[in-house]
Write a protein that binds this ligand. Structure first.
Ligand code: ZN
Length: 467
């Protein structure tokens, strides 16, 4: 695979396997707009729909569903079509150059087929967001003013309209991905306002009439200029109140009349660089990665970067402090196991206190359990292994590199120790730790380094700090 394709694309086999993993992980597709409420004053707030028990909401978006000419003759689909059975399909060229219409030829038709088999993967017919630019037309139809086309504009537009209508009727939604996707305008700290105006207006003039009004802007390159930048303000005032960026955090920022939503890009780049984050959230990469991809799947390394990703995952997941817990889901069985392992600690009163949290997907750990979970394979590949079963003191004692807190290096991923307690330093004076403490909260929380009398720092045993 060529480098760009390897980083920014999935193979059809990978996308198919990805859907299976997401389904196994209890994700359900929801519409982005169904997760937010707009108030009379224009402000917005989170309002995620109530899903069946155990199910998790997932918003999927697809960028650049344009079938650019540069991708032709490289094994990509050529356009989206509706086949004889009135199903969504892709036109793909065989290596000998013969066009075939197939429902297995690209992500959107593959997702349609998956939902046909697993209707419960979609909440109230939600599909995904289709983000399109304009300069080469959309969905493989060359309807832009400057495009070379073999068909007439009327024929091309009619064929496109048929696909657009089909998609919208099924529950797909469209988003603006800029008209030009021009890197020198969008991938810069100082975007030229007149260019952004030209780009936004052109998309609204040429593309919007074909797909209908949309209030969702999926920024090219995930660019975000800042809320006060005139270019950003122009885009918002053009009618976009969902502004989507690319970021591996799950953050959503609410402004007066719009919001910024982070998206995690599922592609070869993140398979390689953010494997821990991917696996903790979405599924087992070893079941997804296509063996055409080089390098192929390797279990994640116990290194500083993944250790930080692990801490961050727990910080953002629903967690509760469980003494002796190893970061697994707090099920009724898990609590009974702990109670038989530690009968003196887990009195009937203590067990009863956990009742509201049982079987509700809470991850339970104590301070050292947060770290031991990582050493034993992390949330995705956890295997109980007593080699790594240290308490907080044991972690500190086994560390090869350590020092007094006064000499703490400014390096995220180091561990902190005080009598009976351990935490993970993440840099900038902040710590992620599991605790149950009236001033810090219950579960995995972020605290200030200065908030506790930490005594020592150390490199976590079995974790590599060479990067
Ligand atoms: Zn793009």
């Amino acid at each position: 695979m060529a480098e760009g394709y390897r980083d920014w694309m999935l193979t059809t086999a990978e996308f198919t396997a990805l859907l299976q993993e997401l389904y196994h992980a209890n994700y359900v597709l929801v519409r982005q707009r169904d997760c937010f409420k707009t108030h009379p004053d224009g402000s917005m707030s989170l309002a995620v729909p109530a899903l069946p028990p155990g199910k998790k909401p997932l918003i999927m978006s697809f960028d650049d569903v344009n079938y650019y000419t540069y991708m032709q003759n490289s094994g990509f689909a050529n356009k989206l079509v509706i086949n004889q059975d009135q199903e969504l399909a892709a036109e793909v060229f065989t290596p000998s150059g013969r066009p075939v219409i197939t429902t297995a030829g690209d992500c959107l038709p593959i997702l349609e087929q998956f939902i046909k088999k697993h209707p419960d993967f979609s909440y109230q017919n939600a599909r995904g967001l289709i983000a399109v630019t304009g300069f080469e037309g959309i969905l493989g139809y060359r309807i832009a003013p400057d495009n070379d086309r073999s068909n007439t504009l009327e024929a091309e537009t009619a064929a496109l309209t048929k696909v657009v209508d089909w998609l919208k009727q099924k529950g797909w939604e469209f988003a603006c991905h800029s008209y030009t996707h021009n890197s020198s305008w969008f991938q810069t700290a100082e975007p030229p306002l007149e260019r952004i105006i030209y780009d936004t207006d052109k998309w609204k003039r040429i593309i919007e009439p074909l797909i209908g009004k949309t209030d969702t802007y999926i920024a090219p390159f995930g660019s975000f200029f800042g809320p006060d930048n005139p270019c950003h303000r122009y885009i918002i005032e053009a009618g976009f109140k969902y502004y989507c960026i690319v970021d591996k955090s799950k953050k959503i920022i609410f402004y007066k009349n719009h919001l910024i939503i982070s998206r995690f890009n599922i592609d070869g780049f993140n398979f390689r660089n953010n494997q821990y984050v991917f696996e903790a959230n979405y599924g087992d990469l070893s079941k997804i990665i296509d063996n055409k991809r080089i390098p192929a799947y390797k279990p994640y390394a116990r290194n500083r970067k993944n250790f930080l990703a692990h801490a961050d995952f727990f910080l953002n997941a629903p967690t509760i402090y469980v003494w002796g817990g190893l970061g697994l889901e707090l099920t009724t069985k898990c609590l009974l196991d702990l109670a038989s392992e530690y009968p003196e600690y887990y009195t009937p009163e203590k067990q009863a206190a956990y009742a509201p949290y049982l079987d509700k997907n809470y991850l339970g750990c104590d301070c050292s359990g947060l770290i031991k979970n990582f050493l034993m394979g992390g949330v995705r590949h956890f295997v109980r292994d007593n080699t790594y079963d240290y308490n907080s003191r044991g972690l500190f004692d086994h560390a090869a590199v350590k020092g007094d807190i006064s000499s703490l290096p400014e390096l995220g991923g180091l561990c902190l120790y005080m009598q009976g307690h351990v935490g993970i330093y993440i840099g900038n004076g902040e710590v992620i730790e599991s605790t149950n403490n009236p001033s810090f909260g219950n579960g995995v929380v972020k605290t200030r380094l200065s908030a506790r009398p930490w005594e020592k720092w150390f490199q976590c045993p079995h974790v590599s700090y060479e990067d």
